[in-house]
Design a protein around this ligand. Structure first.
Ligand code: ZN
Length: 63
């Protein structure tokens, strides 16, 4: 994902798992790595990605 100010590819500053409404999400905080940009080292964008949790009891363990 590109920085909205300078179009530099942003990097992941922090990554964690959060529970929201009983569902598990991966939360990633993106920051700009361009030192000349106003967004440098700031929390530019926070992305929540829902994680699929399988509840299939018939799934077989692979090991
Ligand atoms: Zn930037």
């Amino acid at each position: 994902m590109l920085c909205p100010k300078c179009d530099t590819e942003m990097r992941i500053k922090a990554s964690e798992y959060v529970l929201n409404d009983g569902k598990l999400f991966s939360k990633q905080t993106l920051t700009c790595r361009n030192k000349k940009c106003q967004n440098f080292d700031k929390d530019v964008k926070i992305i929540y990605t829902p994680l699929e949790v399988s509840e299939d009891s018939e799934a077989q363990a692979t090991d």
